[in-house]
Design a protein around this ligand. Structure first.
Ligand code: BDR
Ligand code: CA
Length: 318
């Protein structure tokens, strides 16, 4: 089994990504590094602990990560629009309970240890960020040889051929720290971008949440209520979509089974300033390079993904 580390800004679709991972027999979730974005980093820790407890995996370590973008001077607090989408507490304003037990050390030290352990026993380590790429940018500068040691990083973020979701050009995770995303995309790491090109095609409707609620379990009811909040906001903001976008679960799915998405090999960079700040774009300086470090997901087998999503979340809720 591959070992999986998630890097979450634990809002609603991050919670669904966590459930997807826990319901996936191909991977062992060895830790969750937290970040800011949908919520503050501290709230992401609290939410992640509560979700792991609820889903029956309190043993998975939860690590504190970056609480702000590389260039920021104070901790990040989510703006009103984000608090509306994910709820003030990041989980649809459903009461979040449970002990919060942050593991000692931080995300960087944790990944260093996990890489050493994987090297020792030949296991494959998979890293999947579904928030801003700040933690990974810190890891790149603090862990020598990271680009070679770590397998391909599948991240949720960016948009290549479709508009952004916070500005006409930028997707939220990249917009929250364009410099970090640029460092990751140009730092020699092998990456797979699961951006709005595909995540806006992967839509979950209310029938699924109804099925979770009917389980009658605390976890089933909680996940249904949290997701219904998210769907309601999508119904207001994107009435033609017919549900909510499964951004973060699709990244976990594509990390486990890349054949779910059609991929364009290319080299990307991020616009750091001006009206296109946060845009992910093919790097003109590396257009003719033989080596392409990024696979950009541009198509997705939606029925197959939704089938996997249903089966795996059901397993996590069982
Ligand atoms: C991304 O931004 C966050 O709000 C979501 O959790 C997802 O990771 C979508 O742009
Ligand atoms: Ca996220």
């Amino acid at each position: 089994r591959k070992r999986l580390v998630l890097d979450l800004d634990t809002g609603v679709d991050d919670a669904l990504a966590l459930a997807y991972a826990l319901g996936s027999p191909e991977v062992e979730l060895v830790g969750v590094v937290c970040t800011y974005g949908n919520v503050t980093m501290r709230t992401a820790v609290r939410n992640t602990c509560a979700l792991l407890e609820l889903l029956g995996h309190p043993e998975v370590p939860v690590l504190a990560g970056a609480d702000r973008a590389l260039a920021a001077t104070s901790p990040f607090a989510p703006p009103a629009a984000v608090r509306r989408i994910h709820g003030e507490n990041g989980l649809g304003d459903q009461p979040v309970s449970g002990r919060c037990r942050c593991a000692p050390g931080d995300g960087v030290a944790f990944l260093r240890d996990e890489l050493r352990r994987a090297e020792g026993d030949g296991a494959e380590l998979v890293y999947v960020p579904t928030g801003p790429l700040t933690n990974l940018a810190h890891m790149l500068t603090s862990i020598p040889g990271l680009a070679d040691a770590l397998g391909r990083v599948t991240f949720m973020g960016g948009a290549l051929a479709v508009p952004g979701n916070v500005t006409p050009c930028a997707e939220a995770n990249v917009a929250n720290d364009p410099a970090a995303a640029d460092a990751v995309l140009r730092g020699g790491l092998r990456t797979r971008m699961v951006g709005l090109d595909v995540t806006h095609q992967a839509v979950l409707a209310r029938d699924d949440t109804a099925a979770w609620r009917e389980l009658g379990t605390p976890a089933g009811i909680f996940l249904a209520d949290v997701t219904d909040h998210y769907i309601s906001v999508y119904e207001e903001n994107n009435p033609l979509m017919g549900g909510c976008a499964l951004h973060d679960p699709l990244a976990v799915a594509a990390a486990i089974d890349p054949s779910l998405v059609g991929r364009l090999p290319t080299n990307l960079r991020v616009d750091l300033e001006g009206p296109t700040r946060g845009r992910t774009v093919c790097d003109p300086d590396r257009l003719r390079d033989e080596e392409k470090t990024c696979e950009v997901a541009l198509t997705v087998d939606v029925p197959r993904f939704l089938g996997e999503f249903r089966a795996r979340v059901a397993r996590a809720l069982a």
